[in-house]
Design a protein around this ligand. Structure first.
Ligand SMILES: Nc1nc2c(ncn2[C@@H]2O[C@H](COP(=O)(O)OP(=O)(O)OP(=O)(O)O)[C@@H](O)[C@H]2O)c(=O)[nH]1
Length: 362
């Protein structure tokens, strides 16, 4: 799937950079253009694989918005024309989707990403998705409140919001900085593989996934999640059937970007590995297992050739908002927001952006 990427804020920019780099290093060619937008100048300086754009210079003088997500919304709104102009020529006619990438807990990305998604929807015909990072449980109340507000709005604006929980994809006991590195790397590999698996590959069998299958899986809207797991492949085809099942189970049950997201409106299973080691029977068996497990009748399956001695399963879930983690997160975000309001004695103007799909969670 050919994509254009726009990272907003620090996390958004770093993850976009990782995705662009991974795509270039693997030679996939799925990333058609990548731009990082930020109100903090120093965050943009370290980026090499993406173009950069500073916003809000007249308001914050290149220093960022310091976790104020209403200010993040305002600076994106004021400079939206400049950002859209900056995309001219970067979102080529080949792009099949646009991904806006942001950490939802900060200020610039949290406040700016929903505004940007809204405007991109007016300009481009292709689906506009959000790739949002949810603050981990140990991140402070401000992050939780910001992310609650941002998530509510971005889910309403985007065709689908792929969520990565900062608690999901790192090792126990890592420092926060170390954990970010690991998480960003894993996002790049997994989301990068998803983009690439939606690319037509010449000379490979009929069950290769194409971009319409990714787009149709995400058509459910709401929240999406991505799972991934790998195991060493075998010379023995019977063994590889078992491995395909086993990695698919792990990808869904222990490897998703949103722990507990197991029910979904739709799903896509991609089994990646050396073509002669990918067992068609195993892929079909795992696909049917995924139907039962997610409770969805819309489960697509396919394979993706990858030069690796492992078999990997990538599971994309569409319409996965009925997860315990989301319920728990929304409860914390709500509580953090109430505490913030008590302190500031003011109501939140973003309240009006209630999203139907999430309304019952607030
Ligand atoms: N996965 C991941 N999360 C990050 C990273 N950097 C920050 N975050 C998370 O993103 C949220 C903060 O967002 P940032 O992107 O740092 O903030 P910003 O959008 O630049 O906004 P301001 O700094 O307020 O201008 C918090 O929940 C952090 O834990 C990163 O490199 N990777």
């Amino acid at each position: 799937m050919k994509v254009a990427l726009i990272g907003v804020g620090q996390a958004g920019g770093k993850i976009t950079e990782r995705l662009a780099r991974f795509d270039a290093e693997m030679g996939f060619g799925a990333v058609q253009g990548a731009l990082a937008v930020n109100s903090a100048k120093p965050d943009l300086r370290s980026l090499e694989y993406v173009d950069t754009q500073l916003i809000g210079a007249d308001r914050v003088n290149g220093h960022g918005v310091g976790g104020d997500n209403e200010l993040g919304t305002e600076v994106m709104q004021s400079d939206i024309q400049q950002v859209l102009n900056g995309l001219d020529g970067r979102v080529t006619s080949q792009a099949e989707a646009i991904f806006v990438v942001a950490g939802l807990g900060g200020g610039t990305g949290s406040g700016g990403a929903p505004v940007l998604v809204h405007h991109l929807q007016q300009v481009y015909d292709v689906p506009v998705y959000a790739l949002g990072v949810l603050p981990g449980r140990n991140e402070g109340a401000l992050y939780q409140a910001n992310a609650g507000r941002s998530l509510k709005t971005v889910v309403r604006e985007a065709d689908s919001t792929l969520l990565v929980d900062n608690d999901a994809w790192h090792e126990q006991g890592e420092s926060v900085e170390g954990a970010f590195e690991t998480i960003n790397e894993r996002i790049a590999q997994r989301v990068g593989l998803l983009f690439a698996s939606g690319e037509a590959v010449e000379g490979v069998g009929e069950s290769v996934v194409d971009s319409s299958e990714v787009i149709n899986t995400l058509r459910a809207g709401g929240i999406a999640a991505l799972g991934y797991a790998t195991e060493v492949a075998s010379e023995d085809s019977g063994e590889n059937i078992r491995t395909a099942m086993s990695v698919s189970r792990q990808a869904l049950l222990t490897g998703t970007s949103l722990p507990d997201a197991t029910t979904a409106d739709s799903a896509l299973l991609v089994v990646a590995g050396q073509p002669d080691r990918i067992p068609r029977k195993g892929v079909e068996r795992a696909r049917r297992w995924l139907e039962d497990e997610t409770g969805s009748m819309q489960v697509r399956g396919g394979d993706f050739p990858l030069d690796s001695d492992r078999l990997g399963a990538l599971v994309l879930l569409g319409g996965a908002e009925r997860s315990d983690r989301i319920q728990e997160f929304m409860e914390r975000a709500r509580e953090a927001k109430r505490a913030q309001e008590r302190e500031e004695e003011k109501t939140d103007p973003a309240e009006q952006f209630a999203d139907d799909r999430l309304e019952n969670l607030f």
